[in-house]
Design a protein around this ligand. Sequence first.
Ligand code: NAI
Length: 308
Amino acid sequence: MKITVVGAGAVGATTADNIIRRELAEEVVLLDIKEGVSEGKALDMYQTAALLGFNTKPVGSTNDYEKTKGSDVVVITSGLPRKPGMTREELIGINAGIVKSVTDNILKYSPKAIVVVVSNPMDTMTYLALKDSGIPKKRLIGMGGALDSARFKTYLALEMEVSPNDIHGMVIGGHGDTTMIPLTRLATYNGIPVSRFLSAEKLEKVAADTMVGGATLTKLIGTSAWYAPGAATAMIVESIVRNQKRIVPCSVYLNGEYGQKDICMGVPVVIGRTGWEKIISLRLSDAEKAAFEKSAEAVRNMNAALNL
Ligand code: NAI
């Protein structure tokens, strides 16, 4: 098994670190355009093998795609992150150019790879990668809902003063501050609806905190987050590599599912060795359906800026 992570910045390096610690592949290639950065970070990571005892080898590459040849899974994190006060959507111009060229190069050397897109605005970048490359839709996965769901579960756990491990919940829709939909109605504490433990007011606050979860961190840190984004991406990679069939909300190409066509948006999918295997159809309430439609409209407007 060989995995490539494009972009050796905060999210890419954290993703690679999570992947090697879990020994998800024999080799992990970290590629970046900045001279020496990926080689340096890969070597730094490899020096943790002697301390932590894993056997995966990280390899750095300054924009040499030959080194990525034959990758089974490729994660794309290259692109600008947002600064305080910016929306993910404002990154579209620069990141579209980067994601397009990276996808072309990647598929030239690894035509059978499953591609996980992280760069923002993620739903639009996933759509762009699909339209530009013609990659089979089930081999293209946008990472957003995995992270937003982790944030949702954490805010619920903090409010309830319990472990996030005991909380189950999902965030679907677009991966934007105003487009994501935390499914409060379906969240549980070990199978028991969280509405048994928290008032409607508190649940609303949790949903609102989740939606601006990324912006809150950007404001605190000064740039966008990386620990949870890296862990969420590695979780998806693990479900692919180990064929775990985990249900994860991911941005995938919809062709009528959830009432939407020709768009990539977050819906629950089963993730296994061949990519996303099927879409899980949830029975949404009228309010949730309306929120999904509104979210789709916003994602569609963003896609229009690509001028495809
Ligand atoms: P960063 O600035 O730390 O790293 C980005 C890296 O991409 C840099 O090292 C840069 O040199 C590299 N890069 C730029 N153009 C490249 C190219 N053509 N080829 C290869 N490498 C290239 O940024 P960070 O924090 O790692 O974020 C990366 C992206 O992920 C951003 O667009 C950010 O908004 C997004 N993101 C998405 C999340 C999600 O849930 N989908 C969560 C967090 C971040």
